[in-house]
Design a protein around this ligand. Structure first.
Ligand SMILES: *Cc1c(COP(=O)(O)O)cnc(C)c1O
Length: 410
């Protein structure tokens, strides 16, 4: 999809309120959905009344409008939305895996996802964590019981990028389900489908909604994976077009049974936020690049991690796969770890907060906060320096922001 097609899709892709002509889709608060003929109600339960609703835990017309938009953005065949990104990831793992199954993931995944994988291990699912920059390491970790491979596009906070293409080839050769968390890049920068991902997860909270006022998550089926080959599908969901089987199970088990459903109000806010996705990404990435370049040249800074810097280990991949846009996240290591707290306290514009992809720039010292629980040895093993600062770049004026970092570092 070209950048101009994307811009048009972002403002028109969620449709409108057909009943009254409202230019935005309506916010539907109803929990119950009635039908004039009981046959139509029966059809919702049996899957023959396509697009019908019955109980809002499985979705509303408003969440359906958002799901249709995400499906178009990802070039997929269907999407299920969830209350949060974690709920979406949880639904993928808990609806598709059984005790005794094995999965392969990167050794640098979102902290809460890593913690969730620990929960899965406790329930009898085996997890191998490998350096996903090396597709051969992924291939070497595969077992006869491997059911899926899960990676993220840009790791938080190191900005490391896995070999998304190479892993896609390995999964295709072995007929394995390839799941990609596209949260940091979003479908505006990268379509995991092009490298063979069967499922794409997005935390809608971050890049897509973009304003820090709504939580949400989504799982999109790209149509790349042949669900007829997947062993853990219940007979009830092996009905109709096999391309729909996986998502049928994720919706029924993940929403109906597990219940972390996105509200219509949050879906509305996410759709409004998504309209400016392309504009925000261009602006945030340009500012991030200016800030990264400034920091890389500063004597107090030991290292800067940003995919568009030539010094980034996966710079060539980022240029090729993400259209030369490094997104809104960067991190940098202060030479003097003792300066971490005073320097961040000196900043006037960025907000000292956790969280990612707000309109406001957010900064956080990584070691004493989001990576505190794992201890110094765990951080060292993951390449997290004690003086590391994560920056989620917002929409402020770039020159003002850089000047603010300059005065704080001085
Ligand atoms: C934030 C995040 C999540 C979780 O999303 P929530 O909406 O906060 O639950 C998952 N994956 C990645 C890469 C994230 O950054």
């Amino acid at each position: 999809m070209s950048a101009s097609q994307l811009s048009t899709l972002l403002v028109h892709g969620s449709g409108h309120d057909a009943q009254h002509g409202g230019v935005h889709p309506a916010i539907h608060p109803s929990v119950q959905y009635g039908h004039a003929r009981v046959e139509d109600l029966i059809g919702v339960f049996q899957g023959t009344n396509k697009g019908g609703f019955n109980y809002a835990r499985q979705g509303t017309p408003t969440t359906a409008a958002l799901e249709a938009l995400i499906t178009k953005l990802e070039g997929g065949v269907g999407t299920v939305s969830f209350a949060t990104g974690m709920a979406a990831i949880q639904a993928v793992f808990f609806t598709l895996l059984k005790a005794g199954d094995h999965l392969v993931t990167g050794d640098q995944v979102f902290g809460n996802t890593s913690s969730l994988l620990g929960t899965l291990e406790g329930l009898g699912v085996q997890v191998s964590r490998v350096n996903a920059c090396d597709a051969q390491a992924v291939a070497a970790a595969l077992r006869p019981t491997t059911r899926l491979v899960f990676v993220e596009t840009i790791a938080n906070p190191t900005t490391r990028i896995p070999d998304l293409a190479g892993i896609g080839r390995v999964c295709k050769e072995r007929g394995l389900l390839y799941v990609v968390d596209n949260t940091v890049t979003s479908p505006a920068l990268y379509a995991p489908r092009v490298h063979g991902a069967g499922l794409v997860v997005n935390s809608l909270t971050k890049t897509i909604a973009g304003h820090g006022t709504a939580l949400g998550g989504a799982v999109t089926d790209t149509g790349c994976y042949d669900w007829a080959a997947y062993p853990n599908l219940f007979p009830a969901y092996r009905q109709g077009d096999p391309r729909a089987w996986g998502l049928q199970q994720i919706r029924k088990k993940g929403l109906r049974d597990m219940g972390a459903t996105l509200s219509s109000e949050a879906a509305h806010r996410i759709m409004v936020g998504a309209e400016t996705l392309s504009l925000r990404l261009q602006r945030c990435a340009a500012t991030a690049m200016q800030l990264a370049t400034f920091l890389e040249g500063h004597a107090a800074v030991a290292r800067v991690h940003y995919p568009m810097l030539a010094s980034h280990a996966q710079h060539a991949w980022a240029r090729e796969w993400f259209g030369g846009n490094g997104s809104w996240m960067l991190s940098f290591e202060l030479r003097d770890e003792a300066a971490l707290v005073p320097v961040l306290n000196q900043l006037r514009i960025p907000i000292k907060a956790t969280g990612l992809a707000d309109t406001r720039t957010l900064v956080i010292p990584v070691a004493p906060t989001i990576f505190w629980e794992m201890g110094a040895a765990g951080r060292a093993a993951m390449g997290i320096a004690e003086g590391l600062v994560r920056v989620s770049v917002g929409l402020e004026d770039a020159d003002e922001l850089v000047a603010d970092f300059a005065q704080a570092l001085a």
